[in-house]
Design a protein around this ligand. Structure first.
Ligand code: MG
Length: 382
């Protein structure tokens, strides 16, 4: 018996035993014998850590970093593979350890029909509280898998028109004027800039940008302003400089101050750190004009879609954002882009080691790919 036939016959026994498997760090291809397990009609989950390398140090009001921890996920059923991802910026409290521990606790082989998405994702959600990014990685992989089974991208499955996607903003972090100038030059193809604020040089950063371009600016304070009078003065000043909105101007706990600000602000106030799950949204409507939905907070596309419906019902503006992520999670989020007012989907552009191609930006606009699932291709395996 040659090796191939041996693996084929051995594969039957392995598939019957439904042995779950995991890839280790740096291991991309599964061993041949595992590929036969992947032809199983049971859902098979695998994952490995993948550190994202940032092209520039990422400076926010509260910290700076040059890498982002990430876990890459695959979900396979009947030989079809969906890709997912968990990205873990430090402030959300997840890590490679917590994500791998959570994913290891799941037994998805109990499911044989990937179309039972609500049941599968309810099982994942109920396994343990929190773990939003870990849950998102399964949700994204399941959407990719299901879209591939149906042969359609999710924006089509949801009935959305791809030409309705907004421009994405491109993020300029907090930095010295020379670096700000360099980043604004890099951002020339983009029609909207996003500026991180909340440190002493807030006005200087805007003035440097305005000396170079007049494109609209989204401002993200990341909870950095603590005095509401100062926040209101800054918002009025920004409104005169072609800014579109202000995201999370004050600490999420200061909900009364933010409501005070909203009633006086000349720009919309968007919530980001103030919420994670859909149940957090109704109480935000008094203090915020809109919500920034990110898959790593919402546990993925299924709840993100429901958040959009709820936010609209509450009269809120909708923004879709991301963490630093590969094109996997960014392209997944982009499937929802035709439904939103603002998009901040530049996470894949900020990293140097993307594993996928997918959603692209043309003339600043989110451009969806007519490919099944979340519309991505593993680089080097096109
Ligand atoms: Mg934000």
């Amino acid at each position: 018996m040659d090796r191939r036939s041996f693996i084929k016959s051995a594969g039957v026994a392995v598939a019957a035993a439904a042995v779950p498997f995991q890839l280790k760090a740096g291991e991309i291809a599964a061993p041949a014998i595992m590929r036969d397990v992947r032809k199983s009609s049971q859902l098979q989950l695998s994952f490995f850590p993948y550190e994202l390398k940032l092209r520039h140090a990422f400076n926010l009001a509260k910290y700076s970093r040059t890498t982002t921890p990430d876990v890459q996920v695959t979900l396979t059923w009947n030989g079809i593979t969906g890709y997912g991802e968990a990205s873990m910026p430090p402030y959300l409290g997840e890590s490679v350890d917590s994500v791998t521990k959570f994913l290891s606790s799941l037994d998805l082989s109990q499911f044989t029909d990937p179309f039972r998405m609500e049941d599968i994702l309810a099982y994942v959600d109920q396994k343990a509280p929190k773990n939003s990014a870990a849950k998102a990685s399964v949700d994204i992989a399941l959407h990719d898998l299901l879209g591939k089974v149906m042969g359609q991208p999710w924006y089509k499955i949801w009935g959305l028109s791809p030409e309705k996607t907004p421009n994405t903003s491109y993020t300029i972090g907090i930095d010295k004027p020379d670096m700000v100038r360099l980043k604004v030059k890099e951002a020339a193809p983009y029609k909207v800039l996003k500026v991180k604020m909340g440190l002493d040089q807030d006005r200087e950063t805007i003035e440097v940008i305005r000396s170079m371009t007049n494109v609209p600016i989204c401002v993200d304070v990341n909870q950095g302003w603590t005095d509401r009078e100062h926040a209101l003065r800054m918002i009025d000043w920004l409104a005169e400089r072609n800014c579109l909105f202000v995201e999370q101007p004050m600490p999420k706990e200061n909900i009364d101050d933010i409501a005070w600000l909203k009633s006086r602000s000349s720009l919309p106030i968007i919530a980001d750190e103030a919420f994670q799950r859909i149940g957090d949204i109704p109480k935000l409507a008094e203090a915020y004009d809109g919500i920034n939905i990110k898959l790593m907070k919402s546990t993925g596309l299924n709840e993100a879609y429901k958040m959009i419906v709820l936010g609209r019902a509450l009269g809120m503006k909708i923004m879709i954002g991301c963490m630093t992520e590969t094109s996997c999670a960014v392209s997944a989020a982009a499937q929802l882009a035709p439904l939103v007012d603002f998009a901040d989907l530049d996470g894949n552009l900020l990293i140097a080691n993307d594993r996928f191609s997918g959603m692209t930006i043309k003339d600043g606009k989110i451009t969806l790919v007519d490919k099944p699932g979340i519309g991505i291709t593993l680089l080097g395996k096109a």
